[in-house]
Design a protein around this ligand. Structure first.
Ligand SMILES: *[C@@H]1O[C@H](CO)[C@@H](O)[C@H](O)[C@H]1NC(C)=O
Ligand SMILES: *[C@@H]1O[C@H](CO)[C@@H](O)[C@H](O)[C@H]1NC(C)=O
Ligand SMILES: *[C@@H]1O[C@H](CO)[C@@H](O)[C@H](O)[C@H]1NC(C)=O
Ligand SMILES: *[C@@H]1O[C@H](CO)[C@@H](O)[C@H](O)[C@H]1NC(C)=O
Ligand SMILES: *[C@@H]1O[C@H](CO)[C@@H](O)[C@H](O)[C@H]1NC(C)=O
Ligand SMILES: *[C@@H]1O[C@H](CO)[C@@H](O)[C@H](O)[C@H]1NC(C)=O
Length: 362
């Protein structure tokens, strides 16, 4: 009902109340403003709707983490947030805040983690230019109306390890000038519209790295076309590769077998053909393999047994053939299997597996 009971806890350093319904505690900020020792404040998904645009003076001079994500404020980002100069981590994901353009982030010089997913930038290029002088390690600006041109302002973010750019208006490849591209570990480019630009071209900047640190790459639902380039094998630190729902054609390159840390490979809903290279069987850490809805042919028997960590295998709607049951039974960790709409012989039943929860072998 209210947060008044907090006001006497003046020594409090960490307050974690994420998920608690605070919709009736409309004066939450005034109470919390008295807790001047606070270092971390977690109020994600608290049904807060009032962000208090005007607070005369803020006492939260030690606050290093503020998480207000998943509260739908639907207003302007209040000035008091920009005066929290000790902040290292700010999460405003899903708050639907409008971010003003002028000098907003300039004073948050220590910020390392910033999530603005779902914000409305009053002027993308100005906001990103300001962020450029920070020391960000992780930046999520998904669903912020960012265009390819705006990305040039991020070239000074040389500490960046994680960049979220999904659901924006990107149409060109990621500029080589962006931060220290070769040190980037995660990039999410899904739900953009690269308008049938080829994957080889889009990834060129990464292939030019002497060694790329990239661990997670997502281009799902992005209108990407062309082949999977053979240079893919150079991205040897990849753990998650997500390329579903595009217009990718051609075969899966043999070099896929070089990605020995891969745990998720999703190439579903594309137009890939030919047989699956046996080198894929070297991916002994692979947990999720989704190749559904392509035009792949040939048999699995040469390589499937090597995928000893596999938990989810989705191969439906292809032209795969051969006799199934024997080798599939070696996948003892499998929990979900869909091999429907192929040309397999032999009948697969739950009896072949120890942990299977979901099976579609039509
Ligand atoms: C916090 O700031 C308010 C003014 O906004 C002030 O009245 C109050 O005394 C301060 N509290 C502490 C604990 O410093
Ligand atoms: C940034 O700090 C300066 C100097 O303390 C102050 O004048 C200015 O209002 C601050 N800007 C914001 C957006 O808080
Ligand atoms: C956004 O800022 C840039 C300057 O970086 C300016 O040229 C442009 O006109 C601004 N756009 C809007 C819509 O205000
Ligand atoms: C990037 O860094 C250079 C060199 O330190 C500086 O001159 C430039 O103003 C910076 N650009 C931005 C957008 O902060
Ligand atoms: C991309 O190519 C596909 C298939 O060739 C076509 O259906 C789609 O309309 C194209 N998209 C664009 C943005 O050109
Ligand atoms: C798979 O399809 C390709 C044409 O896309 C064909 O050349 C090849 O012989 C087929 N392979 C098998 C094993 O059926």
């Amino acid at each position: 009902m209210n947060t008044h009971w907090l006001s006497s806890l003046v020594m409090l350093h960490h307050l974690a109340m994420s998920g608690v319904d605070l919709s009736k505690a409309t004066d939450w900020l005034h109470v919390i403003n008295d807790l001047s020792s606070l270092v971390q404040l977690h109020l994600s998904y608290c049904k807060l709707s009032h962000i208090h645009p005007h607070v005369p003076s803020l006492n939260l001079t030690s606050l290093s983490l503020l998480d207000l994500s998943l509260n739908s404020f639907d207003s302007s980002m209040p000035p008091w947030i920009f005066s929290l100069t000790s902040l290292l981590s700010l999460d405003l994901n899903g708050c639907f805040l409008s971010v003003p353009s002028a000098h907003s982030f300039r004073n948050l010089t220590d910020l390392e983690f910033l999530d603005l997913d779902g914000s409305n930038f009053m002027n993308s290029s100005l906001v990103l230019k300001e962020l450029s002088s920070s020391n960000l390690i992780s930046l999520d600006i998904g669903s912020c109306g960012v265009s390819s041109l705006d990305l040039d302002s991020l070239h000074n973010l040389t500490n960046l390890l994680s960049l979220g750019l999904s659901s924006n208006e990107l149409t060109k490849r990621i500029p080589k000038s962006l931060g220290n591209l070769c040190n980037l570990k995660e990039i999410d480019l899904s739900f953009n519209n690269f308008g049938n630009i080829s994957l080889t071209y889009l990834l060129e900047s990464f292939f030019e790295c002497k060694s790329s640190a990239l661990e997670s790459l997502s281009f799902s639902f992005s209108g990407v076309s062309g082949h999977l380039p053979d240079q893919l094998g150079q991205l040897s630190n990849l753990v998650h590769l997500l390329l579903s729902d595009n217009y990718i054609t051609g075969t899966i390159p043999h070099s896929i077998g070089q990605l020995s840390f891969l745990r998720t490979l999703d190439l579903s809903v594309n137009q890939m053909c030919g047989s699956i290279p046996f080198s894929i069987g070297r991916l002994s850490l692979l947990e999720v393999l989704d190749l559904g809805l392509n035009q792949l042919n040939g048999s699995l028997s040469e390589w499937i047994g090597g995928l000893s960590s596999l938990k989810k295998l989705y191969l439906s709607h292809n032209r795969l053939d051969g006799n199934l049951p024997d080798r599939l039974g070696q996948l003892t960790k499998l929990v979900s299997l869909d091999i429907s709409f192929n040309l397999f012989t032999g009948v697969v039943t739950e009896a072949h597996f120890t942990n299977l929860v979901s099976l579609n072998s039509l």
